[in-house]
Structures are given as C-alpha cells and as structure tokens.
Write a protein that binds this ligand. Structure first.
Ligand code: DGL
Length: 270
C-alpha cells in the first residue's frame, strides 16, 4: 500500500483523458498532473526536443511524492518506443495499452490510428499492434491540426472548421473499412463526437489516455502500490502557461470545472 500520488504529464490538456479515467477507476488516489501548455504542441517537434521536454516533465513530477508516472501523451510515448525513462517506479506511456485494446477489439483485422505527425511518423502504434497481432492491417494518418483546434477550444460537435479538418483526415481511413480507430493522441477524445459522426457507429473508438489509465491501475495492483485511503483522492494540476486558460479549456474538455487546484510552474520556455 502506498499513499503517494500518481504522476501524469502531457504537452497540454490532452492528458486529462487519462486523469478522467483514473478518477473513475481509482477515486481514492491522489493525482499530480503536469501540462506543458507553454510548449504545446510537441507533435511537430524533433525527436530530440520531445525527449528533452519529456525528461524535464518527469523531473518536474519527481519533485513531488509520486509512485508511478504516466506519459499521457502519444507523441512522447511514441518517441520513447520500448524504452522507459524511469527505472525506480512503474511507468507507462499510451501506446501499448491502446494497441492491446485495439487488437482485442478488431473483428476484421483493420485498425486505424490517428495521431500527431511525430507519432504517425514513428510508426510506434503500428509496431506495437503488429507485435501483438502480426496479420492486422494498420492504417495510420497524421492529423496535424487537431491539437491546435482542441487547445483553442474548437471542440463543439457542430464546429465547422473542426468538422472540415476531421473529414479531410478521416474519410480515407473510413474508406479502408477499419472497424477500430485508435485516437493515438490524448487530445483527440475531446472531439470524439465529431470523429464518431464521420467514422460511423460501427467503428470502435479507442482513447489512448483512458487505456493508459486502465493499464496503470493494473500496474499499481501488481506492484502492491494502491492507496488504502478511504476518502476521495485529490487532483493537483501544474501548467507551464496561464492557469486561467488551462481551467477554461479543461472545462470545455471535461464538461465541468477542473476538479482540483491549478498552479503555474516555470518549466516552459514560453
Ligand atoms: N496529447 C499529445 C499527444 O498525445 C499532444 C501532442 C502535441 O503536443 O502535439 O500526442
């Protein structure tokens, strides 16, 4: 048993998909979240830069008492590949958890993956899927505008700009006949309704952030690290840009006010 917090980080608000799921399945755990909002997006940067940012994000979380780290960012996870930047506590990214769920979900052996340009270029999801199910066909498409649209609040189901961008990215994947689509960037579930409207109800959408949270739950059990706290756990958020902007965006994302204190931190360059 361990009462330390679970550390979660992302380049922005996308990692809240993991926090939301953690709050559902592990309501008594404390969460410390870092969103590098001053340096989002990571997905258009080089591997070296993304890995440097990830290292700094992890160092930031390590100032606090944490027992596990979740890289709730598809871009960071795909740059890391199979390597873990942390050896003294459990760590997970989003790739393997989402790949496992997609492989057990597909019936026709065709899985779509959408992510940032860096994530799709790395082919990390494709490699992880093929390691589990070698015969599955993987169709990966980068969606460079999605993170910007989400971070700027263009998230309503009827938002014309986001619908237009989504059609451009998703119609080719739909035409391939996938029955499962991994939202490989943790920002994307924020526009899940738009994605679902285009893909149709027969296509199962997989949230990489939520899958990482479920994976973390199992890691904590295996390592006997669950808290035995009986009261509700606390969320604490740190962001490298404006706390007000984060609260505003998080609200449109979560559908309610962010549940926890939000602090600014000086890690970002912006
Ligand atoms: N949520 C991050 C991801 O999953 C966004 C990446 C970015 O900042 O470009 O990839």
């Amino acid at each position: 048993m361990n009462d330390d917090a679970i550390g979660v980080f992302d380049s922005g608000i996308g990692g809240l998909t993991a926090v939301k799921e953690l709050n559902n399945i592990l309501p008594n755990e404390n969460i410390i979240y870092f969103g590098d909002t001053a340096r989002v997006p990571y997905g258009s940067r080089s591997r070296e830069t993304v890995l440097r940012y990830a290292k700094e994000d992890i160092e930031f979380l390590r100032q606090y008492k944490i027992k596990m780290i979740i890289a709730a960012c598809g871009t960071v996870s795909s740059m890391l590949g199979n390597s873990s930047p942390v050896t003294d506590m459990p760590f997970t990214g989003v790739i393997l958890p989402a790949a496992q769920t997609a492989c057990s979900s597909t019936r026709n052996g065709k899985i779509g993956v959408i992510g940032t340009p860096a994530t799709i270029r790395s082919a990390a999801y494709s490699k992880a899927i093929k390691a589990i199910s070698p015969h599955v066909k993987v169709i990966g498409v980068p969606c460079p505008l999605f993170v910007h649209l989400v971070e700027n609040g263009y998230t309503n189901r009827d938002n014309k700009i986001t619908i237009l961008a989504a059609k451009e990215y998703l119609e080719p994947i739909k035409a391939e006949g996938v029955d499962t689509l991994i939202m490989g960037c943790t920002h994307y579930p924020v526009i899940k309704d738009i994605i679902a409207d285009i893909m149709g109800s027969d296509v199962k959408l997989i949230s990489s952030g939520a899958e990482a949270a479920k994976f973390a739950y199992n890691c904590l059990i295996e390592n006997e690290l669950l808290s035995d706290r009986t009261e509700k756990g606390k969320n604490t958020f740190y962001v490298s840009d404006s706390t007000e902007l984060f609260k505003e965006n998080a609200k449109s994302f979560l559908g309610h006010t962010v549940d926890g204190e939000v602090f600014g931190s000086s890690i970002g360059e912006g």
